[in-house]
Design a protein around this ligand. Structure first.
Ligand SMILES: O=C([O-])CC(=O)C(=O)O
Ligand SMILES: [Mg+2]
Length: 588
């Protein structure tokens, strides 16, 4: 029974605006009719009174109706006015706009997420282009750098070396029991900002809020995790407010054992269909972890695979502007880590499928530059394994500009994590070799971008097809306005994850990444091309995500990787019906 002091009551009928799966056996688990397992319509415990207002999952602030205020002991706890969610959204966006400093906007958004989850997501969805740079790159990068001083409440799980041997217990401390996606980092390579240790938590939190806002995966299914094995960041080690373990990183067996315990415990606790997204691990671990767990767990590395899928889509759609087939182009990467080699591999796979040519042959048109210069066969012995397929016959070349002049790429892709490395000389070399050079400056956040949009358009005299990892405003050159694209894995991972979840897929296959990429490219219309865009705007992202989810799920069924039966007849309708929407529920 309900009590006035805020303890729990049974709510016999909570109407939800969204139902999925026709009321039985929904994609989120067994026998549930609503998209949010924490509130089935028939028999749910939620807080009442003061505690209800303090519960971000249920709180509606001034949107509680008169009847709800009576029924749930809220009288007097709220001022008398009742306002709707739409008005609250308008008020909140005005409040956010009053902050001049992006980090203040970030803190205000995190505060809202902690106070009223549905309002947070409604606001983020309704103002996605404006707020994405706040909850995501670039501001999330700054938030991670200052995480120790802005830390208020844990927004996910911290699993440190102290928890070794007890990780299952730690997972069970998390209040949500039906977790379907974990985004996990060890903080060693946060965006292009390097080792931020435990302060990397901002990244899984940000990524998962996009899973919900952009991909419609319900918030209670999402679990952000930071694995803390120490940090090699001397500055953080000396900081009083650093929130992580204050010693250098554990490596080797100690590291592997902790990760392995985590992977085993996560699968044991949440089941075979749990999606684990690796995010912002350093190169060596990123490749090893993907290799080690891809055949036993549903794992996805966003930096290797998500980035690859989004970039391939952008290049495929850029062909509409520059002409030629994918196989006719020559690619030069600056940066041969996760993103660089991940994108290179997926492009090679796609060309190989399209042209029916062996991968070895296709790779010859794809070149990579790392910190030591062009990757060439004479360096093969000393190369890390993920670089070896790209070591082609060529004399050594040290500088990027020389590589551009000698290789003559049609597409230049920056994945270096180092800002300002596409110098005027480099960009001009691209422009002198190509009528419409494709230039992608993918490193994040904005400070690490290989060049700015303005530089790309100015130095190519408005001829560049440009996209970047972090957003840039539009640029005017010679009386014409250019709109740079944002080539960020945020286009892919939310819809990709939804596709896996809704189909009960148990393993990630490269063909699923190609399907996601194709789905994204198919969302770019003539209207976008006419504006020089190679990606659709983020304002359409939920529709884009539904399309990605549908194609990914269809491919998963085709490959025999999907376990949810029966297979939905109309995959797109099904994807849309699965998506969480943050409209307030009515509490009777
Ligand atoms: O988070 C982003 O904006 C894209 C990404 O995965 C990275 O840069 O590591
Ligand atoms: Mg990342």
């Amino acid at each position: 029974m309900a009590t006035s002091n805020g303890s729990c009551l049974k709510v016999p009928d909570i109407h939800d605006n969204t139902t999925i799966g026709g009321g039985v056996q929904d994609v989120y688990g067994e026998d549930r009719a609503t998209e949010d397992q924490s509130v089935t319509p028939w028999n749910v415990s939620v807080a009442s009174g003061y505690a209800l207002l303090r519960d971000p999952h249920f709180n509606k602030g001034l949107a509680f109706t008169e009847k709800e205020r009576d029924a749930h002991y809220l009288r007097g706890l709220l001022p008398p006015t009742v306002i709707c969610q739409e008005t609250q959204v308008n008020k909140m966006i005005q409040n956010i706009r009053q902050y001049e400093v992006p980090l203040q906007k970030y803190i205000a958004m995190m505060d809202l997420q902690e106070r009223n989850e549905r309002l947070f997501y409604r606001l983020l969805i309704d103002h996605v282009e404006e707020l994405l740079p706040i909850v995501y790159t670039p501001t999330v990068g700054e938030a991670c750098q200052k995480y120790g001083s802005i830390f208020m409440r844990p927004q996910g799980l911290y699993i440190s070396l102290k928890e070794k041997g007890r990780i299952l217990e730690v997972l069970r401390n998390w209040p949500e029991k039906n977790v379907q996606v974990i985004v996990v980092t060890d903080g060693e390579r946060i965006l292009g900002l390097g080792d931020l240790g435990c302060h990397g938590m901002g990244i899984p939190v940000g990524k998962l809020s996009l899973y919900t806002a952009l991909g419609g995966v319900r918030p209670s299914s999402c679990l952000p995790i930071t694995i803390d094995v120490g940090t090699n960041n001397e500055k953080l080690l000396g900081e009083e407010l650093y929130i992580g373990l204050k010693h250098r990183r554990a490596t080797g067996q100690e590291y592997a054992e902790l990760i392995d315990e985590f992977m085993t415990a996560a699968k044991q606790n949440y089941g075979e269909k749990l999606l684990i997204q690796f995010e912002d691990f350093a190169n060596h671990n990123a490749f090893d972890l993907l290799e080690r767990y891809r055949s036993t767990h549903l794992v996805f590395n966003d930096d290797i695979q998500g980035t690859a899928s989004v970039v391939l889509a952008g290049i495929v759609s850029a062909l509409n502007l520059v002409g030629g087939n994918l196989g006719d182009h020559r690619f030069l990467f600056f940066g041969a880590g996760e993103a660089g080699t991940g994108i290179a591999s997926l492009i090679a796979l796609e060309i190989s499928k399209r042209t029916n040519s062996p991968l070895d042959e296709v790779r010859k048109n794809i070149w990579l530059v790392d910190s030591k210069g062009l990757i060439v066969s004479s360096r093969k012995e000393s190369l890390q394994h993920f670089k070896k397929p790209w070591a082609h016959e060529h004399e050594p070349v040290e500088k990027l500009v020389d590589a551009v002049n000698q290789i003559k790429p049609t597409v230049l892709i920056g994945t270096s994590g180092h800002g300002k490395t596409f110098t005027q000389e480099v960009v001009e070399a691209m422009a002198s070799n190509n009528e419409k050079p494709i230039i992608l400056a993918l490193s994040n956040p904005t400070t690490q971008s290989e060049c700015t949009a303005e530089e790309a358009y100015n130095w190519t005299k408005g001829r560049a097809i440009f996209a970047s990892g972090s957003p840039f405003p539009s640029v005017e050159y010679d009386g014409k306005v250019f709109m740079p694209g944002q080539s960020n894995n945020a286009y892919i991972f939310p819809g990709f994850g939804l596709g896996l979840i809704m189909s009960g897929t148990i393993r990630v296959h490269d063909d699923l990444l190609l399907a996601a990429s194709e789905a994204l490219a198919s969302q770019v219309t003539q209207e976008h091309y006419d504006k020089g865009l190679i990606y659709p705007p983020f304002t359409n992202i939920r529709k884009i995500s539904a399309n990605i989810a549908a194609l990914v799920a269809a491919k998963a069924y085709e490959l025999g990787l999907a376990t949810r039966l029966p297979q939905p007849k109309n995959m797109l309708n099904f994807a849309e019906s699965c998506m969480y929407t943050p409209t307030y529920r009515n509490y009777r």
